[in-house]
Design a protein around this ligand. Structure first.
Ligand code: FEO
Length: 171
């Protein structure tokens, strides 16, 4: 059975993950509007991935006999000052998510909740990957100063990203 403090924090994380999905959909909408379909595709796939993160927390709470209580999702930003600014905002957002995951790990340790601690390890690794992936894009955009044929090539590269839903076997 989940302790109330852990249940509350896990519910807050569902909200944070859904907000992440919402933010990335907003970034997709931005890129659709400035005719960068590859960047839009990258953001859409990111949003879909965030939804699966929310779903992992959702199912974990249920599995542990807890109660899911969904909260309102804040409105995301809708405007940015160019493609580089969007990816910098994305990197800053992921750093905040990492801090949240670390906070959850601290709480699980404090409460001696080993099952939650074990569950969170996947997210600790995932955040390393997410931060590295977005940082790589920021660095490339900086190289081309976020414009011209360099931006066109980055857009083409980001068009290749696909989303693979978690396999049923891994659920
Ligand atoms: Fe669910 Fe981007 O962290």
């Amino acid at each position: 059975m989940l302790k109330k403090s852990v249940e509350k924090a896990l519910n807050e994380q569902i909200n944070a993950e859904l907000f992440s999905a919402y933010l990335y959909l907003s970034m997709q909408a931005y890129f659709e509007g400035v005719n960068l379909p590859g960047c839009a595709n990258w953001m859409r796939n990111q949003a879909l991935e965030e939804f699966t993160h929310a779903d992992k927390f959702f199912r974990f709470i249920i599995e542990r006999g807890g109660r899911v209580a969904l909260q309102a999702i804040d409105a995301p930003e809708t405007k940015w000052d160019g493609p580089q600014a969007v990816f910098v905002a994305s990197a800053e957002h992921e750093a905040k998510v990492t801090a949240r995951i670390n906070g959850l790990v601290d709480l699980a340790m404090k409460e001696k909740d080993h099952a939650t601690l074990n569950f969170l390890q996947w997210f600790v690794g995932e955040q390393v990957e997410e931060e590295a992936a977005v940082d790589q894009i920021v660095q490339k955009l900086k190289l081309v100063k976020g414009e011209g044929s360099g931006l066109f090539m980055i857009d083409q590269e980001l068009a290749k990203r696909t989303f693979t839903p978690p396999a049923a076997a891994a659920e």
